[in-house]
Design a protein around this ligand. Structure first.
Ligand code: PEP
Ligand code: MG
Length: 756
């Protein structure tokens, strides 16, 4: 835990003196000379020098004690000599015998050979080194820890003064806010596909402190206390938020914030920093600097995380002190904003102006994280797991987010930008073309009409219905509404959501799938079960049948929301007919109950099942008479058919959905449904990929439900396809021993002009 080390009240007098210097008239050079003279006197040192980073070199800007001729002449590269070493490692150095240090670089013009001991600290701003402050003594002096801390406090104040232009002229071009900024590329993980180019915006903005030296210490203490109290309040409020405000990983972070916000060691350090003569803001910066130092030395990932939380908390406290918003959501965004955040909840993402937000980079996050689900619904490319992204970017930097290849480019060189602009242009042209084809009927060349539907799950998905011209929603994943909330949505809230969906859909059908949770879809408010194979564990219909209360509430909400209309409901992960029968009974009882109470209820209920567990296929003859429709969940079906974990990256491309076995299996399902005259849809990812969709149509599928952005490409494919001839071609392939029929299908498409 954070422990407070005593911070000597030593700098108070010196800070007061610096404030006087700043108030004096005179040139910036005169002021800086005064500053170094005052520091030298206060630290009882013969030398005090300031080096500032300019044109990528540390230039001696002012000195008391070294040869004045050396000012603006002595320059060191970052990493060169002791001064360069302090800058390169962003940490203090206290040496009784500086010349004996292997890094010592002798600069004859300074006349420093007579000074034996050296204490230097980096001047830092926004976590970047902008210079170095050094004191030197003739004697071999052992600098005490207190003295290091005093010099660090002074360095922090000086850094802010330099940054605000009080100590240098604009022509000096000193690197006040950024170290040499080279382009860089970083790999992460794709959380949402797509491509974006834009300007970096920090989700939690950096705060710049203008006033560092306290005029009135008791007043600063009161300001600090008030800010801590309001920050605690805010964290508590966020933790209590009943709605969409926080979720999942950000909840954990908030819990940690709460713990630190009450940590007496941290608060004690802040008070001591104010005591030493700093303003409340500067005190936070000073203590934050200490935390960052410690972070550098720690390798344990858990401790590093916790220190990073403390660093975030310090940022929050600064925002409370300066009265600014905690995030950039309320600020004016640039036209093409690329947002950088450590982690983020879905509601926070929704706070941003969608028209301007083009991309998102997260230091944490996984593809099943809720912010990723929301970002995909918004078509915002996201790359996650990008280590140290925030500290390496400056607001306004140009950034490319390449969600397709899980990489980002910061400050890219012109060639990279133009290559990406080309891809972006092609992408946009493609999208515009699909939008123009929105009303083209989904009819194959040989006149077969195909129902194209979209998969949805959040209210923001509804707009896609109109944009794509889809016939309806073939899969409404109800669990997404549950996943983006910290608490279980109440019956009325569920009814309201489903009613909105139905209202928006109008005449277009919406197939609501009952809660498919468990496995990787963990509800924050349900105790997590530890299972060896969660995908094959207690999930979906299995939970619903064991805990019927959850299912009942949901079915009731659906039935009421569909008042006077046709309601489509389907059950996930059904493995045997008996499960369907039991689930259906719960539904029938709810219908009867609502009717007997005279409550609103759907005019008609059509009940179906997902087919994603292979065993159910062999019971189709007994299942089909009982259901109104069937929908194949090819994502899960694939993993169970091939015994290959869909979440395991090593297994991703091991088997192909276009394998003869998968296609033969699906053909059996099609034949059974046709024989019983029951509508069959496929709603897994497979249906949204043109080549796979082509094969499915060849197998006899007539209804496909897919991610909204796949409608355009799939429609273009089917309008160029002759289904009958493809069906004949496929007949000869099911019994082949091939690993996959992909190459043969590609060749078929090429030879027959099918656009895939
Ligand atoms: C599937 O398994 O194919 C499916 C559509 O459901 P989910 O991806 O939500 O498991
Ligand atoms: Mg599934």
């Amino acid at each position: 835990m954070v422990t407070g080390r005593a911070m000597a009240p030593g700098p108070r007098a010196l800070l007061r003196r610096l404030r006087e210097v700043m108030a004096e008239t005179g040139t910036v050079e005169e002021r800086l000379s005064q500053v170094v003279r005052s520091i030298a006197a206060n630290m009882v040192s013969e030398v005090c020098s300031v080096y500032l980073l300019r044109n990528d070199e540390l230039e001696l800007y002012a000195t008391e004690g070294l040869n004045p001729e050396a000012v603006h002449k002595t320059r060191l590269k970052v990493g060169e000599g002791l001064v360069g070493d302090i800058a390169a490692n962003a940490r203090p150095l206290a040496l009784a015998d500086a010349q004996g240090h292997p890094q010592f670089a002798y600069k004859p013009e300074t006349g420093e050979e007579i000074f034996h001991s050296l204490l230097g600290v980096p001047l830092q701003r926004d976590n970047r080194v902008i210079g170095v402050l050094v004191v030197q003594n003739k004697t071999r002096r052992q600098y005490a820890e207190d003295e290091v801390e005093v010099l660090e406090t002074i360095a922090m104040v000086l850094a802010e003064m330099v940054a605000s232009g009080q100590l240098t002229s604009p022509e000096d071009n000193v690197a006040v806010s950024r170290a040499p900024s080279l382009p860089f590329r970083a790999d992460g993980r794709t959380l949402s596909e797509g491509l974006a180019i834009g300007q970096a915006v920090l989700h939690e903005p950096r705060v710049h402190v203008e006033r560092t030296i306290a005029d009135d210490i008791p007043h600063e203490k009161r300001r600090l206390d008030a800010a801590v109290a309001s920050m605690r309040d805010q964290v508590n409020r966020m933790l209590e938020a009943p709605d969409d405000e926080i979720v999942g990983e950000s909840r954990d972070v908030l819990e940690t914030y709460k713990m630190f916000a009450h940590d007496s060691g941290w608060l004690h350090k802040l008070h001591q920093a104010v005591e030493s003569g700093l303003t409340a803001e500067a005190a936070v910066l000073r203590v934050q600097g200490d935390t960052r130092h410690r972070m550098q030395a720690i390798t344990d990932p858990y401790l590093r995380e916790r220190l990073a939380d403390l660093d975030d908390l310090a940022n929050r406290l600064l925002l409370h002190l300066t009265g600014k918003g905690v995030t950039s959501a309320a600020e004016a965004l640039p036209e093409n904003a690329i947002l950088f955040a450590r982690a983020m909840g879905p509601a926070e993402l929704l706070d941003y102006d969608r028209r301007k937000l083009q991309g998102l980079v997260l230091e944490e996050g996984s593809s099943v994280s809720h912010v990723a689900i929301v970002a995909r619904a918004l078509s915002i490319p996201v790359v996650g797991s990008v280590g140290r992204a925030i500290e390496r970017v400056e607001p306004g930097d140009q950034v490319i987010v390449d969600g397709d290849h899980a990489q980002i480019f910061v400050r890219p060189v012109a060639d990279v930008v133009s290559a990406f602009q080309q891809s972006l242009g092609l992408r946009k042209a493609r999208l515009a073309k699909y939008a123009a084809q929105r009303d083209d009927p989904p009819i194959t060349r040989d006149g077969k009409r195909v129902a194209l539907l979209i998969n949805a799950g959040l209210l923001i998905d509804l707009a896609h219905l109109d944009e794509t011209g889809a016939e309806g929603i073939g899969l409404y994943r109800t669990e997404l509404q549950f996943l983006v909330r910290p608490t279980m949505p109440k019956a009325e809230a569920q009814t309201a959501i489903y009613a909105r969906v139905l209202e928006h859909a109008g005449d277009r059908p919406v197939v609501f799938r009952t809660l498919d949770v468990g496995g990787d879809k963990v509800l924050p408010y349900l105790a997590k079960q530890t299972e060896e194979n969660p995908a094959m564990g207690w999930r979906a219909i299995r939970i619903a049948l064991d805990r019927p209360a959850l299912l009942k509430v949901q079915l009731r909400a659906l039935l009421q929301a569909a008042e006077g209309r046709v309601l489509h409901v389907m059950f996930p992960m059904v493995a045997e007919v008996d499960e369907f029968i039991r689930a259906r009974k719960v539904l029938d009882r709810e219908v009867a109950r609502l009717k007997s109470l005279g409550r609103p209820v759907a005019r008609q209920v059509r009940v179906g099942t997902m087919l994603e567990v292979p065993a159910l296929a062999w019971q189709l003859p007994s299942l089909l008479p009982l259901v109104d429709f069937v929908s194949v969940g090819s994502n899960d079906l694939m993993q169970f058919l091939f015994a290959t974990d869909r979440g395991n990256p090593r297994m991703v491309d091991r088997y192909d959905p276009l394998a003869p076995s998968m296609l033969a299996f699906l053909r059996w399902v099609v034949q059974q449904c046709k024989a019983h005259d029951k509508p069959l849809t496929l709603c897994g990812e497979m249906g949204g990929r043109p080549l796979e969709a082509m094969a499915l149509l060849g197998l006899g599928f007539e209804r496909l439900s897919m991610p909204a952005n796949a409608i355009g490409p799939v429609k273009e494919m089917l309008r160029s396809l002759d289904v009958l001839s493809l069906a004949e071609f496929l007949e000869g392939l099911y019994h082949l021993p091939d690993h996959s029929l992909r190459a043969r299908l590609e060749e078929y498409a090429r030879e027959n002009g099918v656009i895939v």
